[in-house]
Design a protein around this ligand. Structure first.
Ligand code: LMR
Length: 393
């Protein structure tokens, strides 16, 4: 039986981890997978996470199962962090296995509710969105998103394309810090997107994996809150991997805002059912770390401070890289790096140029020329800038 399996194409982002490890050159630079690294190249355990883990270790008396939906404290703390004012009468939620698990369960839920749906997804988007949908056999179409010339958003194209989504279709949106481009909508543009969805009855699924990495914890939630407050049905898949730095704990949440209490109850039941069918109980350790931090004023303040430091570091690197490239290229054509937000920027380089960065300078980017800003430090920025110019980008 097993010999009937077909070889699977390796994930293009995760593959880079192995390829980078195998590279023996001194001074190699990893700008691939979306993991934060401090200036020493370490992905640190945040102070508040350590403190929360200690508290949990000292106080936890049982490892018995939690609820199928996860712990209520975690779900309410996350709802508050993401939504601010929580419309409890409309909100269903389940803890999930990371943000990826939330995306998968959201798509499963949508398909249960509307088996004939099409998913409308940004071109480009996180490649695993596409991979999951292909695997599920879910029909999807891409909407224009990235403007190759300005490296900003092709908003006219986006508007035209998402207007094609019909009632009960899903429109997958990045709540902030678009992955892989770093180009984001303004608040006014979000309002226009909302108006289009309100007219068609298409349902937004917001992927919120980088809250706190763009303009700040509150600012990065503004678009999601706007959508949640404006439309009758909204799905939100949020991840704690990046903003709490707990990547391997697999901590995420799926929230569904329903039109009324009855639909909320149906959604809650269906989401718990989906957890049961997939993995029974969601992982608890990461969720408990998050709720311990969010419900304790001192831990929360310390975490928010450290998150701001992380964000500030990335913004500083963006400024430095744009300035180096301005100097070396004698132009402002790389200033988009300063305008982009979040962990990533898409350079707009060809696959050959990306390959040249790797072969000539041992710099690893994803093949679509996405670079992880957080993989840099003040010493490696000039090295990257020089290599970008040398590669003819
Ligand atoms: C990324 O985009 O690099 C991260 O979200 C990690 C992943 O799972 O792909």
């Amino acid at each position: 039986m097993l010999s009937n399996l077909k070889p699977q194409a390796a994930d293009k982002i995760l593959m880079l981890i192995e390829e980078f490890k195998a590279d023996t050159r001194q001074g190699k630079i990893d700008l691939g997978v979306g993991v934060y690294k401090d200036p020493q190249g370490v992905t640190p355990v945040m102070r508040a996470v350590k403190a929360a883990e200690q508290r949990i270790w000292e106080s936890q008396t049982s490892k018995a199962y939690t609820g199928l939906a996860g712990e209520p404290e975690y779900r309410s703390a996350m709802a508050e962090m993401v939504l601010g004012d929580v419309p409890a009468d409309r909100l269903a939620s389940v803890a999930t296995v990371g943000g990826t698990g939330a995306i998968r369960q959201a798509l499963e839920l949508a398909r249960m509710a509307n088996p004939g749906l099409t998913v409308h997804v940004a071109d480009p988007t996180w490649p695993n969105h596409l991979s999951i949908m292909k695997f599920m056999g879910l029909p999807f179409v891409e909407y224009r998103y990235f403007d190759a010339a300005s490296r900003g958003v092709d908003f006219d194209g986006m508007k035209q394309d998402i207007a094609r989504a019909g009632k009960g279709d899903i429109v997958l949106l990045h709540g902030c810090c678009h992955n892989p481009t770093g180009a984001n909508l303004t608040q006014e543009q979000w309002q226009e997107v909302i108006a289009i969805l309100a007219k068609s009855g298409a349902v937004p699924l917001i992927d919120l994996a980088y809250q706190g990495f763009g303009d700040g914890l509150e600012a990065d939630a503004v678009a999601t809150r706007l959508v949640a407050g404006s439309l009758p049905e909204v799905l939100i898949a949020a991840s704690c991997s990046k903003n709490f730095g707990i990547y391997r704990e697999r901590t995420g949440i799926l929230m569904a805002l329903a039109e009324n209490g009855a639909a909320r109850d149906l959604s809650q039941g269906a989401m718990a059912f989906l957890n049961r069918q997939t993995y029974s109980f969601p992982p608890d350790h990461g969720a408990r770390i998050v709720s311990t931090i969010l419900t304790d004023a001192a831990l929360r303040a310390d975490w928010a401070t450290e998150l701001e430091e992380v964000r500030g570091t990335m913004l500083g690197l963006r400024d430095q890289l744009a300035a180096e490239l301005r100097e070396l290229s004698g132009s402002d054509r790389f200033d988009f790096i300063q305008r982009h937000r979040g962990m990533f920027s898409r350079l707009g380089a060809t696959p050959e140029q990306v390959a040249k960065l790797r072969s000539d300078a041992a710099i690893y980017l994803v093949g679509d020329s996405r670079l992880n800003i957080a993989g840099l430090n003040r010493d490696t920025v000039p090295v990257l800038a020089r290599a970008i110019i040398d590669a003819g980008i």
